[in-house]
Design a protein around this ligand. Structure first.
Ligand code: NAD
Length: 295
């Protein structure tokens, strides 16, 4: 099958590279052409627009920042649906709003194009290693057709319900991830202020009931090394929290801890940290308390 990939940024570049390695014919597009250079060198074909990608593909995948970009790339004048043929598939792997992907799916259905939302977790290292967890919403009867492709990019691929359900699961996951990210920053600043040996603190926490991959894998290669290159940018994490609150508001569910984290992301963005990694939420805390956390 011929595959198209649009949005080859931090996540998409690794995911697309794994599709190439698995032997798939791949057509790529990104707003920043340079973001596709490595893939083109590895054998992918560049296309000028999402419409061109779709014309040359049976299945088109996207990994884009969020709802406005996915809408434009899917439904725009030179978008995927302008080039897709009956029987094609479109799988959006961005973190998107359930409503946006459902709207796109309804338009696509008229054209005979099946839409799945398949957001991911596992970060840039998981994207590069092909070990993502992928939560998939869409027609269960057609899931078997796209599952082998998703298996190339993920170690755990779960069909979670109809189209949109993938993003509902993902936004709940983002709530846990963002709260965990914030509380780890506070834990290390508290440890520094208490004069603890931070290596020892890390060793204990990493082997405790409160350990998580954000603590054991993400922090050590990011904030704890003073490396704040994204990774996962605060701007994208903020976008996810806004989408989470749209969902929670619609359902009337209060989210106390996520409300605080939303404010922390807003504060970080106001301080000019939006393009930095999510672990950079530690920087305002360090400044306030006059400590530096480094292992
Ligand atoms: P990124 O900003 O690195 O990549 C997005 C890419 O989309 C960029 O290369 C950008 O040029 C391109 N793009 C933007 N608008 C476009 C358009 N209209 N047409 C074509 N290309 C366009 O972001 P990322 O970190 O790779 O994240 C991608 C998606 O995956 C986001 O929805 C994010 O929330 C989600 N996600 C990210 C991570 C992570 O750790 N980075 C983890 C899980 C999920």
């Amino acid at each position: 099958m011929k595959i198209g990939f649009i949005g080859t940024g931090n996540m998409g570049s690794g995911m697309a590279a794994n599709l190439l390695k698995a032997g798939h014919a791949l057509t790529v597009h990104d707003l920043r052409k340079a973001a596709t250079d490595g893939l083109v060198r590895a054998g992918a074909t560049w296309a000028e627009s999402p419409m061109e990608v779709a014309r040359q593909s049976d299945i088109v995948l996207t990994s884009l920042p969020g709802p406005p970009e996915v809408k434009e790339v899917a439904l725009g004048a030179k978008g995927i649906l302008a080039g897709a043929k009956r029987g094609n598939f479109f799988i959006d792997m961005s973190t998107n709003s359930p409503g946006t992907v459902q709207l796109i799916a309804a338009v696509a259905r008229e054209k005979g194009v099946a839409v799945f939302d398949a957001p991911v977790t596992g970060g840039v290292t998981g994207a590069a290693a092909g070990t993502l967890t992928i939560m998939v919403g869409g027609d269960e009867n057609l899931f078997g057709t796209v599952a082998p492709l998703l298996d190339v990019m993920g170690k755990k691929v779960v069909h979670v319900g109809d189209v949109g359900a993938g993003n509902s699961v993902k936004l709940i996951h983002q709530m846990l991830g963002a709260v965990t990210n914030q509380v780890i920053a506070e834990a290390f600043v508290l440890g520094a202020k208490a004069g603890l040996d931070l290596k020892k603190l890390f060793e204990v926490l990493a082997n405790s009931m409160s350990a998580s991959p954000i603590l054991t894998e993400k922090y050590p290669r990011a904030a704890l090394k003073r490396n704040f290159d994204p990774g996962f940018a605060i701007d994208l994490a903020y976008k996810d929290q806004v989408l989470l609150f749209e969902m929670a508001k619609e359902l009337g569910v209060p989210l106390s801890f996520a409300s605080l984290v939303l404010q922390k992301f807003m504060e970080a963005r106001a301080r000019g940290l939006g393009a930095r990694d999510t672990t950079a939420v530690i920087l305002p805390l360090e400044e306030m308390l006059g400590v530096t956390v480094k292992l």
